[in-house]
Design a protein around this ligand. Structure first.
Ligand code: KG4
Ligand code: ZN
Length: 346
């Protein structure tokens, strides 16, 4: 079990996140106690394009970053002088978007002389689980599924990760977004498919579930996306109506089956007791309930963050930065944004 060095009690971290389409800043004490978590979403701006437009995202981050940081400090009842460490996402993500948060963090670190730490975005998503589950500690297996990533990660220690499986093509959230678009549901697709599925029959259409064989926990979601598009085209050619709820529910069921199967198999192989999920797709209601049931069946404790901590937010970045900081890590002011940063890469 990890023991906190008592000389490092009450470390207050200002977290900053701008890797995609949320400008967020948060103040978190000792990695798990959230004092504020301000999230300014740009979803409305990107909705009409059906996805995130990088240039628009960067410009909006520039506009919002200072007000969002100020609000996070104010809601926490703190001034910048009260902050011990600044934690910021430096990759992976959209380079122009990442640079806004990183530049703000570096400017604050430079002018105040406070240490700052560049955080891997996925490490942040994983840390979201520590915030609401004080008893959760490594080792555990974590499924990270978002718009840009689908990874099964063995969290050996707070700062040690082994990727057990990953997508070979589309991310799970990307598949949700593309299928929702084809169904005319809108953007972002995940929550809309989740909602539409509640009134649908998940066994109406048998969409493919890709498995790569025993001891391989990789994913592939491009086949299922194509299968849905082919199914919709064939109905259109025959002039038959689409039951949107049934398609949504059948698609969601197929994706969730694979996510749950691979995560449980990976957890069995690693002989861990705990499974966590993280990332935007971890907000999915079927994934949450099906993984809980699988946990009861196979003897795993299953953890997931509240939906607001599943999607991008700075509290999770502050939490991850805290665990890096108490291990003595600090970044230098020449740190650059790394759009394709790999987990575990320094
Ligand atoms: O973690 P996140 O906010 O951003 C990235 O790092 O990508 O994840 C956003 C993704 C989107 O693809 C969105 O459709 C998906 O998470 N998502 C969901 C749900 N809520 C968000 N997918 C399935 N079910 C949901 N309820
Ligand atoms: Zn994310």
């Amino acid at each position: 079990m990890y023991k906190l060095d008592r000389t490092l009690d009450n470390i207050v971290v200002l977290g900053i996140e701008t890797s995609c389409d949320e400008t967020s800043a948060a103040v978190v004490m000792n990695g798990r106690n959230v004092l504020s978590n301000v999230i300014s979403s740009q979803i409305n701006l990107h909705q009409k394009y059906g996805g995130v437009v990088p240039e628009i995202a960067s410009r909006k981050h520039v506009e919002m970053i200072i007000p969002v940081i100020n609000q996070a400090l104010e809601e926490a009842g703190m001034k910048i002088a009260d902050i011990d460490v600044i934690g910021v996402t430096y990759g992976p993500g959209l380079v122009g978007a990442l640079l806004v948060g990183l530049s703000a963090a570096k400017a604050l670190a430079f002018t105040t002389g406070k240490p700052f730490i560049g955080v891997h975005h996925i490490e942040g998503h994983i840390a979201a689980n520590y915030i609401e589950h004080k008893e959760l500690e490594p080792p555990f297996v974590c499924l990270v599924a978002s718009g840009g990533h689908s990874h099964i990660v063995y969290v050996k220690e707070y700062d040690q990760f082994e990727i057990l499986g990953q997508t070979r093509d589309d991310a799970a959230g990307e598949a949700f977004d593309k299928v929702a678009r084809a169904l005319g549901l809108g953007y972002p697709g995940g929550p809309l498919i989740d909602k539409a599925s509640r009134n649908g029959d998940s066994s109406a259409i048998d969409f493919p579930r890709v498995h790569f064989g025993e001891s391989c926990y990789d994913f592939s979601f491009s086949g299922i996306k194509t299968a849905v598009l082919n199914y919709l085209n064939s109905l259109e050619q025959k002039g038959e109506p689409v039951n949107v709820e049934d398609v949504a529910a059948s698609f969601q069921q197929a994706v969730v089956d694979v996510l749950v199967d691979n995560t449980v198999e990976a957890a069995k192989a690693k002989e861990v007791k705990n499974i966590a999920i993280a990332g935007g797709v971890a907000a999915n209601s079927l994934l949450r309930s099906q993984l809980k049931s699988a946990g009861s069946q196979y003897g795993f404790n299953v953890f997931y963050p509240s939906p607001v901590l599943c999607t991008d937010n700075a509290a999770m970045i502050a939490s991850a930065a805290y665990y890096e900081f108490i291990r003595g890590r600090k970044s230098q002011l020449d740190l650059n944004a790394v759009p394709g940063l790999r987990l575990g890469q320094r």
